[in-house]
Design a protein around this ligand. Structure first.
Ligand SMILES: [Zn+2]
Ligand SMILES: [Zn+2]
Length: 148
């Protein structure tokens, strides 16, 4: 799938034609990270960072004691990829990908949702313990289920 930042300086192809999973997270952390109503994570097998010289990185510690690397375009600030060195999957931020099928997205932390959840969606008021990818954003960004 084609992906790019808002200004177009960074563009790349995802390593597979569709994500392993797609999450829409309504937690407060995602609302802060996106300055919006929710965050999105499209989980893909790890692939080389695109245009690394055009990216900046915000790093933070996770509750699991690892470091989450949050890559964004130096020029326009679009958050593009979240990863941790230990994992063999990465989270591409969904809004920068063309052609995702959002009907399949799993909604989590709906108890703090700012917008209505589409009827018929798979949704969880808090964590997503029914999924393979963990319960909070930082776990989505470093899924345990597919650890190599
Ligand atoms: Zn950009
Ligand atoms: Zn979240």
């Amino acid at each position: 799938m084609n992906a790019s930042c808002q200004c177009g300086a960074v563009s790349f192809k995802t390593p597979t034609p569709k994500p392993l999973a797609l999450y829409i997270c309504h937690c407060h952390d995602c609302q802060l990270q996106t300055s919006s109503a929710f965050g999105t994570s499209a989980i893909f097998p790890r692939f080389p960072l695109p245009d690394a010289e055009l990216l900046s990185c915000y790093k933070r510690a996770t509750s699991l004691g690892q470091t989450l690397y949050c890559y964004f375009c130096k020029q326009c600030g679009t958050r593009l990829i979240h990863s941790t060195p230990e994992k063999n999957v990465v989270a591409v931020k969904g809004g920068c990908i063309e052609g995702l099928d959002w009907r399949t997205a799993i909604h989590i932390w709906t108890k703090s949702a700012m917008v209505p959840i589409p009827e018929g969606s798979e949704a969880y008021s808090e964590d997503s313990s029914h999924t393979d990818y963990g319960s909070v954003q930082e776990e989505l960004d470093q899924p345990i289920g597919l650890r190599g």
